[in-house]
Design a protein around this ligand. Structure first.
Ligand code: ZN
Ligand code: ZN
Length: 271
């Protein structure tokens, strides 16, 4: 059983979600709340706590006792946001590329200078040999740096649709791919790995993988149309009209749909 709010796996019979704390609606015991325009007294025998109000009482009062706040008035737009033309998005990429170049150059000189210092202080190796070894190592760093920059420049936007969503509990102690990815633990020794599967408009399969973010997982639904923004490597949903949250396309953090700019990075939200 999954939490309807955040997608966390919850134990059968649990009354509250361990992920977000929302009360668990059991499909057997509670029907969904009736829309405000329909009287509630058709709903079977009244129970002491949730007794429906008498027919003549104000229907609004029931709203205050509803388990969830009433739907928000603020809604996101339908359609991709024209705010993508804000120069901050172009700047984001060029700034990233400048930093990548600076980092690559820095790594080259760090290798050369590091080996030079080692050569000066070591009796095993002459300074000339040390410098040439430092240059070789530095060039390897440069090759990696240039490779990743080219890789980034070749990424293109695409439009697609969510075709599937999967999640997998990753237990630390039976971690077969023993790589050096940074994992954040939920509970004791598990990581939840979420994957959103897309098919782009040219038929190519795409994947968005992230960890321990059930809210982000819930944000995407099968059938949603999505645009991938290669400059920022982030995603934008076509139809935001049913959403109460929006993810910043610059820093990826979650914001309220009513916000105009990101609370965290002050960038414009694509809405
Ligand atoms: Zn939850
Ligand atoms: Zn942001």
């Amino acid at each position: 059983m999954y939490c309807k709010h955040c997608g966390t796996v919850i134990a059968e019979g649990a009354r509250f979600c361990t992920g977000c704390g929302a009360p668990v609606e059991s499909s057997r015991h509670s029907a969904p709340a009736p829309p405000p325009d329909r009287p509630a007294q058709h709903q079977g025998p009244p129970m002491p706590r949730t007794a429906p109000p008498a027919p003549h009482s104000q229907p609004l009062r029931r709203h205050q006792n509803a388990p969830y706040p009433p739907p928000r008035v603020v809604r996101g737009r339908v359609g991709y946001s024209p705010r993508i033309n804000d120069p901050i998005f172009a700047k984001y990429r060029s700034r990233n590329l400048v930093w990548a170049v600076i980092f690559t150059v820095f790594m080259f000189f760090a290798a050369v200078i590091g080996f030079y210092i080692y050569g000066e202080n070591s009796s095993d190796i002459t300074t000339d040999e040390a410098i040439s070894q430092g240059i070789i190592l530095g060039l390897i760093f440069v090759a990696f740096g240039v490779g990743s920059i080219i890789n980034r420049l070749r990424k293109r936007n695409w439009d697609g649709v969510v075709v599937n969503k999967t999640k997998k509990v990753h237990r630390d102690d039976d971690d077969d791919d023993n790589n050096a990815t940074i994992t954040v633990y939920i509970g004791r020794k598990t990581t939840m790995r979420y994957t959103i599967h897309f098919r782009d408009d040219r038929g190519k399969k795409r994947r968005y993988v992230f960890e321990n973010d059930p809210v982000r997982f819930n944000y995407f639904q099968v059938g949603d149309r999505v645009r991938y923004h290669a400059k920022m490597e982030t995603y934008e949903k076509y139809d935001k009209s049913r959403d109460t949250i929006i993810f910043c396309n610059l820093c990826r953090k979650q914001n309220d749909i009513a916000a105009d700019t990101c609370y965290y990075c002050k960038g414009p939200l694509l809405k």
